[in-house]
Design a protein around this ligand. Structure first.
Ligand SMILES: Cc1ncc(COP(=O)(O)O)c(C=O)c1O
Length: 366
């Protein structure tokens, strides 16, 4: 099966095998060595000297940790949304008693830094801004992130970034861009199975955490940091995922970060070209299309659910559908992590075949 969804993504066989190793004592010297080594290398991928904590949780656990540890009850938070995952922060903030103030942008569009600046001028008591860097639900990368981070700093705000589906595949230089809290997840470009979340914390983040009274326990980043210092985690970690991550990081750093970013950019361009050649329209605003996931408008005459079913059952490629209000409107093609030109080629051929099978007329030169 050609799994072309934007996570979980295929994992190399040596990574899968690494996860099948014998268990070790998670409070013993082997695990201490393992977590020190993976943390050191995850920090390289984050391009940061900040602390990076690895939590046994999916990406949403990282999002929840970020909110619970930085947002006080009744505190206003600016949440910039460009899609479904941005909106999840609103629910999390509410769940922890914070007051989310949403600055929504139309699905398919990126965020406008000027509007963020205006909003922060209008609400000078806001101290935290949350942004999704790569909105997997719409296939948009908010490329203005460095500018947004600068604006947040000018307004003395902490910036929390969901880079779950970007950071391991698209360069997110955390220190250079001055990002305070950055979240990623193992099932994306990290070539590891789902279940680990990464969260980086700047000095400003730690200062804010000390002054945040919101209740938290399992996802308390300060506790994670204290345990990391003794080579452990608060509770039993997903040891086999750490084994996988260890191997995957070897592969990533052997390939080199610049080569990884270049491969993703090339494969994304190839996907976009292929989709356009089929006479289909991209959903993301031009210039802000993601290099990890391509969103495609489903033509009005095509039944989206049937198209995905035919692609999967008859041609062996699994695409993702739209989420929330985009259900039936778009399909999404994942091209992140362990992926080469031949899988993209295959996926595009299968998309063409499936489209024809459901009655869509593909341009003759496609
Ligand atoms: C941008 C983004 N944010 C958040 C999430 C949620 O992560 P998880 O499903 O691992 O909890 C995802 C996962 O698809 C994502 O792509």
């Amino acid at each position: 099966m050609n799994l072309r969804i934007p996570g979980p993504t295929p994992i190399p066989s040596e990574v899968a095998q690494a996860g099948a190793a014998e268990m070790i004592n998670h409070r013993g010297p082997e695990f201490a060595e393992l977590i020190a080594s993976t943390t050191h290398r995850v920090k390289q991928v984050y391009q940061t000297k900040n602390d990076v904590l690895t939590l046994t949780a999916s990406g949403t656990g990282g999002m929840e940790a970020a909110v619970a540890c930085h947002v006080n009850p009744e505190e206003k938070v600016l949440i910039v949304t460009v899609g479904v995952f941005g909106k999840r922060f609103i629910d999390i903030t509410r769940a922890f008693g914070g007051e989310p103030l949403e600055l929504p942008f139309e699905f398919g569009m990126s965020a406008d830094p000027n509007r963020i600046d205006q909003t922060l001028r209008q609400f000078p008591d806001i101290r935290t801004v949350i942004v999704t860097h790569n909105e997997t639900s719409t296939g948009v990368t908010v490329k203005q992130l460095p500018e947004i981070a600068e604006i947040a700093r000018q307004h003395d705000c902490l910036i929390i970034v969901d880079a779950i589906s970007s950071l391991s595949s698209i360069s997110v230089p955390v220190d250079q861009w001055g990002l305070d809290v950055v979240i990623s997840g193992s099932q994306k470009g990290w070539m590891t199975a789902p279940g680990l979340a990464f969260v980086s914390c700047s000095d400003r983040s730690w200062e804010k955490q000390v002054n945040t009274t919101t209740p938290r326990f399992y996802l308390d980043l300060q506790k994670a940091k204290d345990y990391l210092e003794i080579g452990q985690t608060l509770s039993t970690p997903a040891v086999n995922l750490f084994f996988q991550l260890d191997k995957a990081l070897d592969l990533m750093l052997d390939e080199g970060l610049d080569a990884i970013y270049e491969r993703h950019a090339v494969l994304a361009q190839m996907t976009r070209n292929g989709v356009r050649a089929l006479g289909l329209e991209l959903f993301a605003e031009e210039g802000f299309e993601s290099d990890t996931v391509t969103s495609v408008r489903i033509p009005a005459e095509v039944d989206g659910a049937e198209l995905l079913k035919v692609a999967r059952e008859e041609f062996g490629t699994v695409f993702a559908g739209g989420q929330g209000s985009l259900r039936g409107q778009i399909l999404r093609i994942g091209h992140l992590g362990y992926v080469t030109e031949s899988e993209i080629d295959q996926a595009l051929t299968n998309l063409k075949d499936a489209l024809q099978r459901v009655g869509y007329i593909v341009p003759t030169n496609a």
